[in-house]
Design a protein around this ligand. Structure first.
Ligand code: IDP
Ligand code: MG
Length: 140
């Protein structure tokens, strides 16, 4: 059976603050492999596809604007149960209450913005992972 894959994004706040290496280090230190990686400036069309499930929510437009505010780094990581494992490394969505020891708990906090700036994205299911990987790595 081939190893599971997930799509991880270092969001613009993470890239701006120089935390890309820290995020990659945590992924690799946990034992997952980096299979693909690219830095890009995501445009609205790409982000609207990626965040389609959130369309209509109050934080949707701020989220899309935030994700266009600077470069992001897209990563495909692999390993058994990597989807669940990376969500665990990332911590809770709200960085104020994300557990210390997690990426969001250690490295992010509430900035008083309309959208929560929390360093990383990680796919939440095998279906999301396949869909999101095909958006960011169309040839994979
Ligand atoms: P996740 O990134 O932990 O999977 P989602 O619910 O998928 O969280 O939300 C996507 C992103 O939208 C979050 O990472 C965060 O940046 C932002 N977000 C989610 N819920 C809220 C909210 O209630 N207020 C502000 N921003 C939010
Ligand atoms: Mg999500």
């Amino acid at each position: 059976m081939s190893a599971e894959k997930t799509l991880i994004l270092v969001k613009p706040d993470g890239v701006r603050r120089g935390l890309t290496g820290e995020v990659i280090s945590r992924i690799e230190s946990k034992g997952y492999s980096i299979e693909a990686l690219r830095m890009l400036n995501a445009d609205r069309a790409l982000l609207e596809k990626h965040y389609a499930e959130h369309a209509g929510k109050p934080f949707y437009e701020p989220l899309v604007e935030f994700m266009m505010s600077g470069p992001i780094v897209a990563i495909v990581a692999t390993g058994n149960r990597v989807i669940e494992g990376f969500r665990s490394l990332a911590g809770a969505t709200d960085p104020t209450v994300a557990a210390p020891g997690t990426i969001r708990g250690d490295l992010a906090r509430d900035q008083g913005t309309k959208v929560v700036q929390n360093i990383v994205h990680g796919s939440d299911s095998p279906e999301s992972a396949a869909r999101e990987i095909s958006i960011f790595f169309p040839t994979n």
